[in-house]
Each structure stands twice: as C-alpha cells, then as structure tokens.
Design a protein around this ligand. Structure first.
Ligand SMILES: [Zn+2]
Ligand SMILES: [Zn+2]
Length: 195
C-alpha cells in the first residue's frame, strides 16, 4: 500500500511549546502504486475554458509521466487514475506527438498518456534567442523567446531557488524561518510568476 499526500498540509503551532512545524498529511491509498509522488485532494478547482469545476483528484508522477484521475470522491478519483495507469501499461508502444506543446512534453497516439521529455528538440523546432541552437530549455512568457540552459537569463535565481528548496529545514527558529520563506517566495515570483 502506498501513502498519498493530501494538500491540506500546513504550518501548525504546537499549543504547548508554541513551536511551528510543517505538518504533512497522508492517507492510505487503495492500490499498490509504483514508487513515485502520489498526491490527491478533494474539491480541487479545475480552471477550464469550458467553465471551472470542482472535483476530487489523484495524481501520480512516475516513470517520466504524470497521470491524473478525477471523480466525485477521492476513492473514485484514485480508481480513475489507477485505470489510466493500467491502460498505459497495456499500450502496445508509445508513439509521441506534441499536440501543440513546445516544451518536449507530448501525448501518446495509442493510449493518450502524457509524457515529459518525449519529443526531441529538433522536432519542436524552437531556437535559443541568444545562441540560436535548437532548444526548449526555457520559454520566457515575458519576452516570448526560448533560451538554452546556458543562456537562460534567470539561471542564477533559478539555481538559488532550487538550492533553497533542497536544503529546506522545517525546524528553524521563527525569525530565520520568516527570512527563509521571504527569500524563497521572492525567488519564486521572479523565476516562475514574472517570467
Ligand atoms: Zn502509449
Ligand atoms: Zn543559447
């Protein structure tokens, strides 16, 4: 049995000591999933061009793919996700097509599963704005241009962001924690929201 991460994980204060700790909530899953990040939640809002809707969902990140199931309840969503995962295993052989994606991700013609890093950079046909080599390393929404890893303008900020995430400690004194969160949030804004 696997453990499923729930999104209601949050900072909580111990009423006796006053210390803050980040509590991650897990639930037991129904199926025997492979090793990977399994997460789910109830009443997640899905933004859709056909109108936003609320659903329970279960997602797994495994073998370079991301599979999502939806349903009325968390159990239904997990079954939906599990069935999609089984379909994927029955696929006679993935044949990837980008369907408009330019980041190397694509969908299988046969089983419809999504895969990351499955389309070659030549096929995507985008080029670095600085050096001109084929790349889809980074697309800037600010400039509408692609950059290769070497020429990515925010590589220092991005590296710092991932370094902070990797070395994240959950039991810093409150003032250090606040400074840490502030830097992390600011970097997130620069790297992911403003670009
Ligand atoms: Zn397939
Ligand atoms: Zn370049």
């Amino acid at each position: 049995m696997s453990k499923m991460l729930l999104p209601d994980s949050s900072w909580q204060t111990d009423p006796e000591t006053g210390e803050k700790a980040y509590i991650r909530n897990f639930t037991d899953s129904k199926y025997d999933w492979p090793e990977g990040l399994l997460q789910g939640g109830e009443n997640g809002v899905v933004v859709s061009p056909k109108g936003n809707y609320k659903t329970s969902f279960v997602e797994i990140f495994v073998d370079n793919t991301f599979i999502r199931g939806e349903g009325e309840t968390l159990e239904e969503a997990e079954t939906d996700c599990w069935n999609k995962y089984q379909d994927r295993n029955l696929c006679p052989g993935h044949e990837w097509e980008p369907r408009g994606l330019k980041n190397g991700g694509g969908y299988c013609k046969n089983c419809n599963i999504f895969g990351m890093n499955v389309i070659s950079i030549e096929e995507v046909g985008e080029h670095c704005a600085v050096c001109g080599k084929a790349t889809f390393y980074h697309f800037s929404h600010k400039t509408n241009l692609y950059y290769c890893e070497e020429d990515y303008p925010l590589k220092v900020e991005q590296a710092r962001y991932f370094e902070l995430l990797k070395n994240r400690s959950w039991d810093l004194p409150a003032d250090e924690q606040e400074a840490f969160n502030k830097e992390l949030n600011e970097l997130y804004r620069i790297v992911f929201e403003l670009d």
